[in-house]
Design a protein around this ligand. Structure first.
Ligand code: HEC
Length: 108
């Protein structure tokens, strides 16, 4: 019974995620792409200047938990003020969606 409920929640989440796909891509394009690039590889002026890591690399992906990625987006990077805190600009849902979006770079 519990398992079926979990499955139901999962499929609801998947549907919601699909509906959100456009908006999270739009958020990335509007707020993140200028430094991180369309693909997270940071082949941008700012990316090169600040030596931003390639977020699509498996080595980077493995070195961070979802919670750590979430925190950087919400609170900003401790070591680099260029990576600002987005908790006042984005909703918690948007930040969660961006964590998933960043995770998806590894596949591309
Ligand atoms: C003005 C440039 C700029 C913008 C815009 C920007 N970032 Fe960053 N971001 C950086 C820099 C610089 C770093 C490297 C921070 C460091 O070395 O600690 C970084 C690092 C990161 C990291 C990796 C942190 C880690 O622990 O390795 C993630 C994830 C990230 N940014 C996500 C985002 C998201 C999501 C957005 C949009 C909401 C965004 N960034 C917008 C400059 C930017």
């Amino acid at each position: 019974m519990k398992f079926r409920f979990a499955l139901l929640l999962l499929s609801l989440a998947a549907t919601a995620a699909q509906a959100q796909e456009d908006t999270v891509a739009e958020t990335w394009t509007a707020k993140c792409k200028s430094c991180h690039g369309p693909d997270g590889k940071a082949q941008t002026q700012m990316g090169k200047k600040e030596a931003i890591q390639d977020l699509s690399l498996p080595s980077w992906q493995k070195s961070r938990t979802d919670a750590q990625i979430r925190e950087v987006i919400a609170e900003g990077a401790r070591d680099n003020k260029k990576m600002k805190a987005y908790k006042d600009k984005l909703t918690p849902q948007q930040i969660d969606a961006l964590v998933a979006y960043v995770r998806a770079f590894q596949k591309g």
